[in-house]
Design a protein around this ligand. Sequence first.
Ligand code: MOS
Length: 707
Amino acid sequence: MSGLVGAPIDRVDGRLKVTGAATYSAEVQVPGLVYGVMVLSTVASGSVARVDADAARKAPGVIEVMTSANAPRVDTKGTGGGDRTLMALQDDTVRYDRQPVAVVVADTFERAVDAASLVRVRYVRAPAATSFEREPDYQPQSALGADRHKGDAQAALAQAAVKIDQTYVVPAEHHNPMEPHATVAHWEGDRLTVYDATQGIMQARRKLAAAFGVPETNVRVISKFIGGGFGGKGSLWPHAVLAAMAAKLVDRPVKIVLSRPQMFGSVGFRPHTMQRVALGAARDGRLTSIIHQSSAQTSVFDEFIAGTGMLSTVLYGTPNLLVTHRLRKLNAATPTFMRAPGEACGSFALESAMDELAYATGIDPVQLRLINDTNTDAEGRPFSSRSLRECLRVAAERFGWSRRDPRPASMRDGRLLVGLGMAAATYPTHRSAAAALVQVRADGSVVVRSSGVDIGTGAYTVFTQVAAEQLGLPVERVTMELGDSTYPNAPNAGGSQLTASAGSAIKLAALDARAKLLALAGGNAALLRGGPEAIAALVQRAGVAAVEGTSDAKPGEEQKTFAQHAFGAQFVEVRVDADLGTVRVVRFVNAFACGRILNEKTAKSQYLGGAVWGIGMALLEHTRFDERSGRIMNANLAEYLVPVNADVPAVESIIVPEDDPHVNELGVKGIGEIGIVGAAAAVANAVYHATGKRVRDLPITPEKLLA
Ligand code: MOS
């Protein structure tokens, strides 16, 4: 794995997954397990007047119906830092559609589902804030809520030779990973074991301990396999606490698995976001002003804010800049992270506006981005590395951008309109503190432990590669163990930070183990190069079961002195049927520079996923709230559309090698989220090129093109 692009080895957990041997949270069995099914509210605002659970209680197999009347008391406020108030039957107030109002516990899942359908809930309705357009903006007091100013963006815009000033809308979208949320909670005295589909088991442990008022060491959270997280599993949600509450109430282990419609309930979503982007430029295309102002929905009881405009401080150079974030409170569940929470939305606005500026100045869209490339971010910090130019160059060449006739509606394929569009992408390189344990055992095998979770990205595989490389052993000798809160600390697998964080910790722990082996070898490094047998002999001679390497890896000063971001370029070709308004993406070429790549195959798999989701964001995904009731109208996969194979062409991803000596010990930048950044804008820009119609509110549905 030396060099900047690591070997494309197969997933080390691939066989377990395809044979069904990988156990997901919903599949966990413990002795005496019973099944909880939530009953969700059917109003968006008001209170529960009465829960009639008599019929449910008499139904076969029912053990208990938990309501606010008999629910154990818990601390619902969480413990700060992106926490969500847990709507866990502590009172009768209802603040959003699909808020849990009862949990039926029965001896089988089917009986619990049946009994839940018998629960009758009477509500007192209250007025609900259901219209984004009608609610006022407020400025959040959090760090992300602070306005960013550089120069005088308004004055520079007023004086600019060329101006673009438009509003872009990204609707609410819901996560639909293949694996639904699921929790198994098991009390033994005041000790709690929870199997949870979560991106962050240490966070889950901390919040569960706080909720039940027990020490964190009394709580064990296990999450061995995750069938997709995407930010939706990045918080502790009510069902997990409800499972533990129900387990306490009935004194049995309880499992709660969400149905697909319940995935549109209290587990977060991408907020509806409206953005104004105004660009001022000289006639030569050089930006003189960027204004990026966003308003997004949050709930009436919690604040969620995504850094929608933050990429405007990074992607292009400008002497004048204004970035603001505002929120509007609605009676809906609290939104949450969804793949590139800020950048996915923000890039649709900024990169659509850049395309509009390209047309207004008559400058080629790729050229316009090259003209405005920058060596520093808006705070004047140099980038630890930045390969936007190279990404644009190689992707444009591979895509055949030079064949594009820039005039809208000028290219045809028979009766179909042909559109070629592009966008730039960026995503920040995050890192948090993490520890790791590397055990080199007397049989020459290696066990590596981290409490990080593999949310399907390939963490088991790339961490195995990191440890094997540092120890000079074949990957087959290394067993990676993840997803248990008894293992060394790791942050959430979110913000594309787990590899930079836990991966660096594993590298340092492996180096520590290697140093100890070297000491056992009397400083004779040649002995360490003798393969597994030689290393086994060293451990045996020491008379220990294993030589252990540990680490405590933290971000340092480089986080302040450098702007750290990955960059990329997205190129899309579409066919538009002008009579039907249908859009097909027929080609997708992207290039990303994300520092060192640990495994070419798993990396490209992330870029592919980002492209698929970008196509969904551009053309299909849209959670529809009924403004009369505040209820979600399409909470199922029949009416909430996601791309299927037929919607996705072959996606070609180019890895631009990048040597970054500053970011972290591994030289890696996160790759999980950048794949969606710019994708929707590239599709929208291609649709404009094909049709001459600029759609500024996603998704680009046929009726918008026929209008
Ligand atoms: Mo990501 S949206 O932080 O899983």
